[in-house]
Write a new protein. Structure first.
Ligand SMILES: Nc1ncnc2c1ncn2[C@@H]1O[C@H](COP(=O)(O)OP(=O)(O)OP(=O)(O)O)[C@@H](O)[C@H]1O
Length: 546
């Protein structure tokens, strides 16, 4: 109950405020009419009731006169009959007709000026005086705008008027004005259109920026919601580039269409053959607007999730289809690129392994040939070579008479036996080469060294020293001091080369090196590396390599 009472009080308060508001507006309208028309001051009170207000204006006289003050000639014929309190029924009927003519002329003129208007019945008893008040206040605002120079944009209750200078204000005449007046209006319109261009371009720039931001957000939100655009390369940069381009094109289109409209209107104005109705003018403008919007939609080319709301011409639907096609073709292309890439990778792998195998084979073939040639040379030099080294006299030796008479260049050596005479006392021996008493360890090894490579190529090689006790076998094969490389004998030098070649060929060949040391003495063969003395003697089941 309390709530209902509260609601009722609230409604009463609202109604009171509305009544106060409409009374204030009515008083404002009455004050202005009284200022504009002296006759109104007599018939219209300064603070009239609704009834008083309607009665004072019902004959249309005040309204027509005021309108003619605002826009001279707007109502060419005004019925000036005085208000008579008591009339005969005939006179009253005639007056009513004349007054109705005033009211009709007023309403037509106001309507042609594109101002707010009302129905004739609104001013009759039981009508809505609010609309009458609105019409008068609208006329008042228009009048004030004209007085202030009529420059810029004027708005009142949804009505918009644009003008640039007081000299060329749009002049609205009554319906009977003819084509000349209409053409004048259109020329004015064209003039105003070009005048507002500057203002438009300034506003356009900020609108462009706002529009761009707005569309960017819409599209991003849409793509997030859509989720199917993952495969498309629509990152922020791409989107912004597309939209920026679309906005630029839209701006250019707008400017172009504005110019088109302007030139079309100018052409129409110059066409003196006939008048052009307002309907024709509107048709031209709306056609141009439609073209602009279609061009923009075509140039934008973006999907829109709310297409049903926005697209009543099927343009966005077409864009959506195009996008779907693009997406399918993009995915196909992506698959094709993937497949081509894996094909290339496979081809590359095959080529690599082919060249690797080819190189490997070629290398081995070359190596084999090289080995063959090398070992053929070794064979030609002789598969069994015998060298002779002449031991020098040691410092401790007192008798230093030599038995070597002569050493030839081709491996001959002449030995002298002083105890025999003649031919028996001189004997000539031939070897592959003779090393004299001054030959160094490295000179002796130089002739043996090529055979070490033959070992690494898989050939069997045997180097051994032969001679009586104390003749220098150990000196030649091992050397007097193994700590000094210069004095190394054939064995150490051979092993050194063997491991060096093994390392050089590590990329292609793996070598397994084994060593065995045996002694043959008094027809007994002993394994020198065996710790176990019992097994030292031959046979111990091993192969002699060197
Ligand atoms: N070319 C040489 N230059 C200098 N000294 C040498 C040369 N050949 C051998 N000698 C010296 O002669 C001595 C005997 O040599 P070595 O021990 O090499 O003989 P061997 O043939 O091995 O004897 P064995 O068969 O008894 O073992 C050693 O003192 C060695 O240093």
């Amino acid at each position: 109950m309390a709530a209902a009472a509260e609601g009722g009080r609230h409604d009463q308060g609202m109604a009171l405020r509305k009544a106060e508001e409409s009374a204030a507006r009515r008083c404002e309208a009455a004050r202005w009419l009284r200022q504009m028309e002296a006759a109104a001051a007599e018939s219209l009170p300064e603070r009239p009731s609704e009834e008083e207000f309607c009665v004072a204006l019902r004959n249309g006289l005040v309204l027509c006169n005021v309108l003619n003050h605002v826009n001279p000639g707007a109502v060419p014929k005004v019925v000036e009959n005085p208000i008579v309190a008591v009339q005969s029924s005939d006179v009253a009927a005639q007056s009513a007709i004349q007054y109705f003519e005033n009211m009709r002329n007023f309403l037509v003129a106001v309507s042609e000026m594109n101002l707010l208007t009302f129905e004739a019945s609104d001013i009759e008893k039981g009508g809505s005086s609010m609309k009458v008040v609105d019409c008068i206040l609208c006329l008042k605002a228009y009048h004030e705008w004209k007085l202030s120079g009529g420059i810029g944009i004027w708005r009142y209750g949804g009505i918009v008027k644009i003008a640039s200078s007081s000299k060329r204000l749009p002049s609205y005449s009554s319906r009977g004005g003819g084509s000349a007046d209409l053409n004048q209006q259109m020329l004015e319109f064209v003039h105003l259109l070009s005048e507002v261009s500057l203002e438009e371009s300034r506003v356009g720039e900020s609108q462009h920026s706002l529009f761009q931001q707005f569309v960017l957000r819409v599209v991003r939100a849409f793509l997030q919601e859509w989720g199917e655009a993952e495969g498309l390369p629509l990152d922020d940069m791409v989107l912004e580039t597309i939209l920026e381009q679309a906005c630029k094109e839209f701006t250019i289109l707008l400017a172009s269409h504005r110019n088109q409209v302007r030139s079309l209107l100018r052409k129409m104005m110059k066409d003196e053959n006939g008048a052009h109705s307002k309907q024709e003018l509107i048709e031209v403008i709306s056609k141009s607007m439609k073209e602009t919007s279609e061009c923009f939609l075509t140039s934008l080319r973006l999907p829109c999730g709310r297409r049903k709301q926005l697209d009543d011409g099927g343009g966005l639907e077409h864009q959506q289809e195009e996008l779907e096609k693009l997406k399918v073709s993009f995915n196909e292309m992506k698959l094709q690129v993937e497949s081509t890439r894996s094909q290339w990778e496979e081809d590359l792998r095959r080529l690599e392994s082919y060249f690797e195998a080819h190189n490997h084979n070629a290398y081995h073939k070359l190596l084999e040939e090289n080995r063959k040639l090398y070992n053929q040379v070794q064979d030609l030099k002789g598969s069994i070579r015998v060298y002779c080294r002449v031991k020098p006299f040691l410092k401790m030796q007192t008798d230093q008479r030599s038995t070597v008479d002569h050493i030839g260049e081709n491996g001959e050596i002449m030995i002298v036996n002083p105890q025999k005479q003649g031919k028996e006392g001189r004997k000539m021996f031939s070897f592959n080469k003779i090393f004299g008493p001054n030959a160094s360890q490295s000179e002796v090894f130089a002739d043996t060294q090529p055979l070490i490579r033959s070992v690494m190529d898989g050939y069997n090689v045997c180097i051994f020293a032969y001679g009586q006790t104390g003749s220098g076998k150990t000196y030649t094969m091992s050397g007097p001091d193994i700590t000094t490389e210069e004095t190394w004998g054939v064995n150490y030098r051979s092993l050194n080369d063997l491991f060096a070649i093994s390392q050089n060929r590590a990329d292609t060949t793996t070598y397994d090196v084994k060593v065995q040391m045996i002694e043959i003495y008094n027809e007994q063969v002993r394994d020198l590396l065996m710790v176990d003395g019992a097994n030292k003697r031959y046979p111990f089941g091993c192969k002699i390599l060197m």
